[in-house]
Design a protein around this ligand. Structure first.
Ligand code: SF4
Ligand code: SF4
Length: 311
C-alpha cells in the first residue's frame, strides 16, 4: 500500500489554506500562520502570493512563517541523487526518423500517459520554404543549465548528478512556473485524473518513473531513469525500429544505438555528422543532441500542406 508521506500532507495543507506559496519572487520557504495567531500581530509589510486559481493577492508578512523542511523518503533520496559517475546523453538522428511513433507509444505505456499526453513528441518540421521537410522527436532536453528547476518554489524539480532533470510529485504544488520557464515546451500538466488511475493507485510513487501520475502536478520525459538503474536503455530508445536514437554516458564517450545495439564514440558521432543542440543561444546546455536530416532515402509522409501542422 502507498504511504501518505509528510510531503504529500504539506501539499494538501497548502491547498487547504487556498494559497500556493511562491509567486512574485521572494516568499518561497514560508507558509501561512493560523488565523488566530495572525490577528494578534501588528500589520506590517505586505508580500505578493499566487493563489491556486492564478490570482495575485497581497498578504501581511506577519502572517507568514518559515516552513520546516520535511525529511525525504528513501525513494525520494535515491531519485534525487541519481547514479554516481554517469553523465547521460542522447543523440537523435533526424536522417532516420520516418514518423513511426513507436517511441511515443512506448513512453506513454511506461509512464501511465494517455495518447494525447506526450513526454516525447514527433514534430513535423520545415526550416524554410524550399527546404525538405523532416520529422523531429522532441523530449525534455535535460539541460545542464535548466531554467525550469530555478523557478520551482518548493524544490520539487531538480537536476541530478547524472545529468537527468526530474520532478518529485510528492512535493509539486502545481503552480506551473516550470512550464512557463521551459523554452522547449517539454512539460505537461495533469489537469484531470490520470489514465488507469484505479489500476495504479496502490503503487508506491516512484520518482524515477513519475508513476503513479498525480492530478494537479507536472510530468515530463525522465530519460527512463528507472530503467537506467537496471542497465536498460530508455523506453523510447529501445522501441524505435529505425535506428533514430543513441543513448549513453558522456563520461565514457560512448553511446549505443537502440535499434542496432552498436556502440560508438559520442564525440566522433557528433563531430563527423555536424551534431547540434536546440536553441544553443539560450545557454540552457541541452543533453540531447541532434544529427541533421541529411541524405534521407525515404519519402516524407507528413501533411505539411496544412499550415497548422508546421512547427
Ligand atoms: S527542456 Fe525544459 S523541462 Fe527539460 S530540462 Fe530543459 S528547461 Fe527543463
Ligand atoms: S508545477 Fe513545476 S514549479 Fe510548480 S511546484 Fe511543481 S515542479 Fe515546481
Amino acid at each position: 500500500m502507498k504511504e501518505e508521506t509528510s510531503n504529500n500532507s504539506r501539499r494538501k495543507f497548502l491547498k487547504s489554506v487556498g494559497l500556493t506559496v511562491g509567486a512574485a519572487g521572494v516568499v518561497s520557504g514560508f507558509s501561512l500562520l493560523g488565523a488566530a495567531k495572525a490577528v494578534a500581530q501588528e500589520p506590517g509589510e505586505t508580500v505578493n502570493l499566487l493563489t491556486q486559481d492564478g490570482q495575485l493577492v497581497q498578504v501581511d508578512k506577519n502572517q507568514l512563517r518559515p516552513t520546516v523542511s520535511e525529511p525525504l523518503t528513501e525513494l525520494q533520496k535515491r531519485g534525487r541523487e541519481g547514479i554516481a559517475g554517469k553523465s547521460f546523453v542522447m543523440v537523435i538522428d533526424l536522417s532516420k526518423c520516418r514518423n513511426a511513433r513507436k517511441c511515443m507509444d512506448a513512453c506513454q505505456n511506461h509512464h501511465q500517459l494517455r495518447p494525447d499526453q506526450h513526454h516525447i513528441n514527433v514534430l513535423q518540421m520545415q526550416d524554410a520554404e524550399h527546404t525538405a521537410p523532416y520529422f523531429m522527436p522532441k523530449p525534455c532536453q535535460h539541460c545542464d543549465n535548466p531554467p525550469c528547476t530555478k523557478v520551482c518554489p518548493v524544490d520539487a524539480t531538480f537536476k541530478r548528478q547524472d545529468g537527468i532533470v526530474l520532478i518529485d510529485n510528492e512535493r509539486c504544488i502545481g503552480c506551473r512556473f516550470c512550464i512557463a520557464a521551459c523554452p522547449y515546451s517539454a512539460r505537461i500538466f495533469q489537469w484531470t485524473e490520470p489514465k488507469d488511475a484505479e489500476k495504479y493507485k496502490d503503487l508506491t510513487y516512484n520518482i524515477e518513473a513519475n508513476v503513479p501520475q498525480k492530478k494537479g502536478t507536472i510530468s515530463k520525459c525522465l530519460f527512463s531513469a528507472d530503467r537506467l538503474r537496471e542497465n536498460k536503455l530508455p523506453s523510447c530508445v529501445s522501441s524505435c525500429p529505425n535506428g533514430v536514437y543513441y543513448f549513453g554516458d558522456q563520461n565514457e564517450d560512448a553511446v549505443t544505438n537502440g535499434t542496432t545495439h552498436e556502440t560508438v564514440r559520442f564525440s566522433q558521432l557528433i563531430e563527423e555528422n555536424a551534431g547540434y543542440t536546440l536553441l544553443p543561444e539560450l545557454g540552457t546546455k541541452p543533453r540531447v543532441y541532434y544529427l541533421p536530416p541529411k541524405n534521407r532515402a525515404f519519402e516524407f509522409n507528413g501533411d505539411l500542406l496544412n499550415e497548422e501542422n508546421l512547427h
